[in-house]
Structures are given as structure tokens and as C-alpha cells.
Design a protein around this ligand. Sequence first.
Ligand SMILES: [Zn+2]
Length: 162
Amino acid sequence: MRIGQGIDVHAFLEPGSANHIMLGGVEISHDRGVLAHSDGDVLIHALMDALLGALGLPDIGHQFPDSDPKFSGANSMSLLASVVALMDQAALRIENLDATVLLEAPKLVPYREAMIQSIAQALGCEQERVGLKATTTEKLGFIGRGEGISAQVVVLLTSDPK
Ligand SMILES: [Zn+2]
């Protein structure tokens, strides 16, 4: 068994700056985009860092540097695919993962199932292995003031066959 955890944060841009954000590879309607070099998918970024941590590898900033124009506007799901390839190479697979998105708005409930489906498909695991929660911070701090969004993910990998 290998455990990993990942955390990511992105700042929101001003209202009217976009019509959606990306979370878990799913388009979520929102009038504020996020400030990011890539598509700013905070949930997938935290997931990649959790996987890399479990594999004992350096973080996504090392794997996909901001300074490399190749990753400008990058689709986070395709970056995730290359991290999943590293997991496969190590002959490990997902036992389960648990993710929490911290944000004041928008509400994620209508998108929850689509996000779980998207993540499970990307990881090649059953949907039952993917835990996904969202919480506000009761108006406290930068998340509570709507200045940004954060995600935390823990993963457990196993070398046991399915
Ligand atoms: Zn990020």
C-alpha cells in the first residue's frame, strides 16, 4: 500500500471573466474563471500531486513546469493521464481516493456525479473508489471571501491485483 496527499489553490478572476471553471475534468458554470497557467483544474492538480506523492516522485510543478510554454492552457486531464501512466509503470492501482473541494460558490452538487465519473474513468477504477465532497469555509478566509478555490486529495494505492 502507498498513501499520498495533494493540495492545490487557485485565485478566482473578477466576475464576468469567464462562463465556467474546470473541476475534475468537468465544466462547471460560473461567471469567474481562475488564474492559472493551465486550465486551472484545482481538483485534478491536487489529485496529481497525491498520486505523485504516493509514487515518491516530485510534484506537478516539477513534472509540468509553469515556465514551459508547452503547458500553457494545458488540459489537466491529459496531464493526469501521464501521471496515471507512471502509476501503471509502478504496477500500482487505486485502492481508493477521497477529495474535498473548498469553495464558497458555485454549488457543486449538480455536477458531483459527472465529476466522479470523469475521475474514475481517468484513473481506470470503479466509481465506488472515488470519494468527493465540497465544503464552504463559513465565509472565513480567502475561500470564504470568494477570492479563491482549493482542493485536498488523499489517495491509497495498492499493488494487489483487482
Ligand atoms: Zn493548480
